[in-house]
Structure formats: C-alpha cells, structure tokens
Design a protein around this ligand. Sequence first.
Ligand code: GLN
Length: 196
Amino acid sequence: MKIGVLALQGAVREHIHLLNQAGAEATAVKRAEQLQDLDGLIIPGGESTAIAKLMNQYQLKEPILNMHQQGKPIFGTCAGLILVANQVEGLTEPHLNLIDIAVKRNAFGRQKESFEADLSIEGVGDNFTAVFIRAPYIERVGPEVHILAKMDGKIVAARQGTVMGAAFHPELTDDLRVHQYFVNMVKDSLVANSLK
Ligand code: GLN
C-alpha cells in the first residue's frame, strides 16, 4: 500500500513518518505522474492559497480528481481541508470540491492563532491532542457527510466516503491514531476496488 503526501508546502516529513509507523509505504509527491501509483493521498497544512497556486502550476488538480474518481482515499489537513471542501467562505469557486462541506478560513480568530485541544474523534478514539494553527472550521456539512469531531461546538473533522478532512494537524503529535484511521480507509478501499 502506497500513500502519497503532497509535498508543495507543510509538514510533509511528519506525515510520512506517522504513515510509515501506521504500516503504510509513504512518499512525498510533487509531480503529476507520481500520483498514478498511489493508493491514497494526504494534502497537508500550509497556506491554502499558496498550495492551490502551486497545484495549478504543476497541473496536479486533474490527477488528484482522477484518484478520487478511482475511489482512492484523500485526507486534507488544515489548509488541505480548505482544498478538499466544496465551499470556502469568500471564494466564488472551490479548489478541489471533493467533500460537501463549507469551511471558514482562520476561523478561530486572532487571539487563538494556535492552540491545542483534547478531542474525541469518532472511529479514532478519545483524548487526541489536536494542534490547531490558524485553523479553519467546518460551518456546514451536506447530508452525505459524517461529522467525526467537534471542538467547542465547531465541526473540526468530517468524512464523506473516501474523503476525510481535519481542521487540525494530526502529524504534529506522536499519536498515530488518526493516520492509522486513514491507513485503514486506504486498506478498505483496496478491497472495495478489487471487487469492482
Ligand atoms: N490559515 C491557513 C489557510 O487558510 C491554514 C493554516 C494551516 O494549514 N495551518 O490556508
């Protein structure tokens, strides 16, 4: 099983480390042709506008959408969450439009630029120390979307089929559980796709 981490910006090495620990072969990807060999993809945090620009420049949008059409799981964290959403406050067009959620950028305000919170995440477990950095939150979810976690009443993790998004940075802790959850999603998709 091979999972890629989009290496345009952000904590790529940390994601790779945790994916390896969770039993997956993980690799940093930057070029369109590298995406074809993958079974799943993580889009890390950073600055969503900058990542979107680079994604267009390197022509990565189509191959990522193709991965999605082939049923390969995609996980967006923080800026990655903004990139997978189908609606972003203040933007007329979404970026990748992979999950039926509306997100608000930098949504926790200035006084709370970065903080940690203890989350209960469905399917993952309790007491997950989530690191939030100029984080977005999810303002609306569509009927197909499953809410996985909330913080102070705000939705901070959700999943729709093979697409997952989290407002926080699961790679900035030693806790494997969120990456393990994603690795299991990829395992399940390999079984489901082999039965097609
Ligand atoms: N505020 C960033 C954005 O809007 C996201 C921050 C992050 O990924 N840590 O893209």
